[in-house]
Design a protein around this ligand. Structure first.
Ligand code: HEM
Length: 489
């Protein structure tokens, strides 16, 4: 069927033999990033598995992934038509939909320019270099106070619970021009749903590949549809408010700037790609979803690693104390002077690889890679976890060691090593929030480490086993913290 007609000179894809109906679902198991990394040792950087009846090509290895996503970028830039993707953003998602290349490219460009405008917009007062910095400075104080009061009241806290609301608020500030109280039930309800969302859209969810599962009663899928509805309603309400108060001479936030684009375009008869208003404003939904879940997951893992490696936490605090001091809030301009913190963040990205596979790709035409034939419309998984743990690329890949990214005397980050870490994808579909994400993770972490010392409950070692999904989370847990020097909370 799939590989019946192989053009001359090209080979048939290697891979494990599939069972009837279920394919290789059993070998893939519940931790596909591990099982598929293991298979790559046997079958190489390009191999094929079958999920249900559907063939999927799995790519590993830095060079191979680079070849596919960068050098043959257009051929691998599509998204597959997966069952779960149809429910995300009402099927109109920028990141997950099967938009044709022209429409997707135009939307991506719009999203990118809206983000760039607002990330670099000047702050409301000169003490901030940009609005992103301003929002983060204002929001980061909040979890510190909250954690402190949770400590006083309960003796411990769930780090994810507080981080996620602060991160969502920075995003809400930029996108919608508003923030929410940390006890706001609407926002809390929404951000706490992200665990279930990412589990369904993780690469290799059988329901995406085995049609019969779509017709059986399925609680998880039902919940998933509900989550997406709540999400759409939340954003829709805000967008409607923005339309009602929109003024083209006062663009307040990213939502306004996308509305502005729709209004502008109505006057522009030469626009070559026509995108509906819905698809323009729907971009807000994508940016919101992509922004809060990824960054709060990164920060939450960071706190877990701080607790697991107290000596590294201490070194990070010492670095901050020396380079920034304890009397002012760290800002973006300090980032270059904090090499250990930068190395720590790179090692979190590499070691946790909490986004183990990119969003699935799809070939846009018949193509070949490393001599193997891959037909048009083939679903492709990119195994970032494998690249980040490849023994060919990393010394002792399973140990957590930020120093691997520093030069010998620890004064500088080795940029070449840093660029080997793959967590934002590569090429045409590369994450468009990368700069914002790196800045935001850096700022929140710097502020948290400067103010608090995190540790676990005595006798309760942390469980660092990730729960599989598009983004992988650690299990919810209780931690403790004490205030560092500043005692104004
Ligand atoms: C796509 C990672 C934060 C917006 C992606 C992809 C990855 C990724 C792996 C898929 C690449 C592919 O399919 O090949 C991350 C990580 C983040 C992060 C690790 C945080 C640490 C953000 C933020 C935003 C954002 C803050 C928005 C402000 C997007 C969008 C896409 C995307 C819109 C879809 C791009 C497309 O399909 O063309 N991201 N991301 N991401 N990301 Fe991020």
């Amino acid at each position: 069927s799939f590989q019946d007609k192989i053009p001359e000179g090209l080979s048939r894809l290697p891979g494990p033999k599939p069972l009837p109906i279920i394919g290789n679902v059993l070998e893939m198991g519940s931790r596909p990033y591990l099982s598929l990394s293991e298979m790559s040792k046997r079958y190489g950087d390009v191999f094929q598995i079958q999920i249900g009846m559907r063939p999927v090509v799995v790519l590993s290895g830095n060079e191979t992934v680079r070849q596919a996503l960068i050098k043959q970028g257009d051929e691998f830039a599509g998204r597959p038509d997966l069952y779960s993707f149809r429910f995300i953003n009402d099927g109109k998602s920028l990141a997950f939909s099967t938009d044709k290349a022209g429409v997707w490219r135009a939307r991506r460009k719009l999203a990118y320019s809206a983000l760039r405008t607002f990330a670099t917009l000047e702050g409301t007062t000169p003490e901030y270099s940009c609005v992103l910095e301003e929002h983060i400075c204002k929001e980061a104080d909040y979890p510190i106070k909250q954690l402190d009061s949770a400590m006083k009241a309960d003796g411990s806290f769930d780090p994810f619970r507080y981080i996620v609301v602060s991160v969502a608020n920075v995003i809400c500030g930029m996108y919608f021009g508003r923030r929410y109280d940390h006890n706001d039930q609407e926002l809390l309800g929404l951000v706490n749903l992200s665990d279930e969302f990412v589990q369904v859209v993780g690469s290799g969810n059988p329901a995406d590949f085995i049609p019969i599962l779509q017709y059986l009663p399925n609680q998880t899928m039902k919940k998933f549809v509900g989550i997406n509805d709540r999400f759409i309603n939340f954003v829709q309400k805000i967008v409607t408010e923005h339309y009602a108060t929109y003024n083209k001479d006062n663009i307040r936030d990213i939502t306004d700037s996308l509305i502005d684009h729709c209004e502008d375009r109505k006057l522009d008869e030469n626009a070559n790609v026509q995108i509906s208003d819905e698809k323009v404003v729907g971009i807000v939904n994508d940016l919101f979803g992509a922004g809060f879940d990824t960054i709060s997951t990164a920060l939450s893992w960071s706190v877990m690693y701080l607790v697991t490696y107290p000596e590294i936490q201490e070194r990070l605090y010492e670095e901050l104390k020396e380079k920034v001091g304890v009397d002012r809030t760290p800002v973006l301009a300090d980032r270059n002077n904090l090499p250990l913190l930068e190395a720590f963040i790179l090692e979190i990205f590499r070691h946790s690889s909490f986004l183990p596979f990119t969003i699935p790709h799809c070939t846009t035409k018949d193509t070949s890679l490393n001599g193997y034939f891959i037909p048009k419309d083939t679903c492709v998984f990119i195994n970032q976890w494998q690249i980040n743990h490849d023994p060919e690329l990393w010394k002792d890949p399973s140990s957590f060691n930020p120093d691997r990214f520093l030069n010998a005397d620890g004064t500088e980050v080795n940029r070449v090593e840093g660029e080997k870490v793959v967590i934002f994808g590569m090429g045409k579909r590369r994450c468009i929030g990368e700069v914002i994400a790196r800045n935001e993770v850096y700022m929140f972490l710097a502020i948290l480490i400067q103010n608090l010392n995190f540790y676990n409950l005595p006798g309760e070692p942390l469980d660092m086993t990730p729960e599989y999904g598009l983004t992988m989370k650690h299990k919810r847990c209780q931690l403790r913290a004490t205030a560092r020097v500043r005692d104004d909370y």
